[in-house]
Design a protein around this ligand. Structure first.
Ligand SMILES: [Zn+2]
Ligand SMILES: [Zn+2]
Length: 154
């Protein structure tokens, strides 16, 4: 989705709201994560006293494999994010996390949303915080109880 920003940059008080979905196929072009449903994006761009702010929430569900026990599970994620939109960066400002440069007064919202959400995702994927994982000898899922393997006296 493209958002045209000319009025938003030029008119103080201007607001543009959006509420739409990004298909899993489209995200698939950017990542190998397994999105099980469309990604819900809703938010607004607002010119407040000359500062143009983009704020949005993104909600999506991923099918993932636990790093420890290799079980497949689905989890819903939801993030609230915001950026300041500028036509160009002034010298010395290189905080790209916060500032998004929109040349030609156009914001490619999908790209920004997708790269934002990929940055938010945890690097370690666990089905639950205290997942016990698999026994490295017999492969039993220790979340279902202990196995009979002798415990090494480390
Ligand atoms: Zn697990
Ligand atoms: Zn075992």
């Amino acid at each position: 989705m493209k958002i045209h920003l000319k009025e938003l940059f030029d008119i103080v008080g201007e607001v543009k709201e959006f509420d739409y979905m990004i298909s899993p196929e489209e995200v698939g072009e950017y990542s190998s994560y397994d999105f099980t449903a469309p990604i819900a994006v809703r938010g607004m761009v607002e010119n407040r006293a000359g500062v143009v702010t983009l704020s949005f929430s993104v909600v999506f569900t991923l099918s993932q494999v636990c790093d420890r026990c290799l079980k497949e599970f689905e989890r819903e994620y939801s993030y609230d994010l915001s950026h300041i939109l500028v036509r160009q960066l002034h010298s010395g400002r290189d905080d790209y996390d916060e500032y998004v440069v929109c040349e030609d007064n156009v914001l490619e919202l999908d790209e920004l949303v997708i790269s934002d959400l990929l940055l938010q995702l945890p690097t370690k994927i666990l089905c639950k915080e205290d997942c016990k994982g698999l026994c490295f000898k017999c492969g039993k899922d220790l979340n279902d109880g202990d196995c009979d393997c002798p415990k090494d006296p480390f």
